[in-house]
Design a protein around this ligand. Structure first.
Ligand code: ATP
Ligand code: MG
Length: 288
């Protein structure tokens, strides 16, 4: 099982949304982390075969993803998933199962088990327009699993989920990643921090870094600092450096600072986190 991207590029007019991306993915959970406009959706749409790259190729076990046979192994949750507001949950699943070519009886069983998996079994008779945002998102995940796909592409699957639902979602994704390729996009660090075996950091159409959480965090080792300063000096430090966080400590303020070199005499090097890493690479975007 291997998904292979070879110098995949997508250009919209003058805008290069994906720039010569090469990747190999085997089973496991991959977290595509990037700010708005990084090119995540464009990349995913090309991996799903619904958009043709300007150049480069994408294959799954040697089959081009534009071929019909690929549909059978693919599950996709698009970013702004269009729902059928007047459909009932169960009917919607049955309808999509029919489109995917599943016979009626297995489709019925599969729908019931998937709705249980995403904790929507009690909602099966409700109209989609009456569901909460998080419920709709879980329905989107359920429909992507109808054909028991070997490749599962989830574009911002956690949008609209509350913290409790997020935890359930993470557990579900970890289980699913055991024997398939799961690629999920997000701009929320905590979504990928513990479930993605491999994190892909995307910026301006390129994959900046790829690796385990610890591997990519290592790239900013020695660039995160803690400085303890009197309140009167804190403001100046904030104008000179990117400050991730400040907290009070008695009369002093402790600042967590991004800096390639020691920002102040008494600054202490701090252990970087994935959150720091995100801010380090996406500072400009984060400030907007
Ligand atoms: N159909 C299009 N025509 C022209 N430009 C586009 C089109 N689709 C996307 N873009 C541009 O390509 C870049 C990448 O967009 P894309 O939607 O892939 O980013 P994204 O990482 O998914 O962002 P978000 O986090 O906001 O979903 C952006 O600059 C966007 O404006
Ligand atoms: Mg997107």
């Amino acid at each position: 099982m291997e998904l292979y991207l070879n110098r995949v590029t997508k250009q919209y007019g003058n805008k290069i949304a994906c720039d010569r991306i090469s990747l190999r993915m085997k089973s496991g959970v991959y977290g595509l982390l990037g700010a708005n406009g990084a090119g995540k959706t464009t990349l995913m749409r090309m991996i799903c075969g619904v958009m043709t790259p300007t150049s480069g190729e994408i294959t799954y076990d040697g089959i081009d993803v534009r071929q019909e046979a690929y549909r059978d192994v693919l599950g996709y949750l698009p970013q702004n998933f269009g729902y059928y507001p007047d459909f009932r949950v169960q009917d919607f699943m049955m309808y999509l199962a029919a489109l995917k070519g599943l016979p009626k009886n297995p489709a019925c069983e599969r729908t019931a088990s998937l709705l249980r998996l995403v904790s929507l079994e009690k909602e099966s008779k409700r109209k989609i327009k009456t569901l909460s945002g998080g419920m709709k998102q879980r329905l989107g995940i359920a429909q992507a699993l109808l054909n028991d796909p070997k490749i599962l592409i989830l574009d911002e699957p956690t949008a609209g989920l509350d913290p409790k639902e997020r935890v359930k979602f993470r557990n579900l994704i970890s289980r699913l990643g055991q024997d398939r390729i799961v690629l999920l996009s997000t701009h929320i660090v905590s979504d990928v921090e513990y479930i993605a075996g491999e994190i892909l950091m995307m910026k301006d159409g390129q994959i900046l870094h790829q690796g385990s959480r610890d591997e990519i965090i290592r790239t900013i080792h020695g660039k995160i600092w803690e400085c303890c300063v009197p309140e009167t000096n804190a403001e100046q430090l904030c104008t000179e450096h990117t400050v991730i966080n400040l907290r009070n400590s008695g009369k002093d303020i402790i600042l967590r600072v991004i800096s390639d070199t020691i920002p102040r005499e008494n600054a202490v090097s701090a252990e970087p986190t994935l959150e720091d890493l995100y801010l380090y690479y996406f500072q400009e975007e984060a400030e907007q």
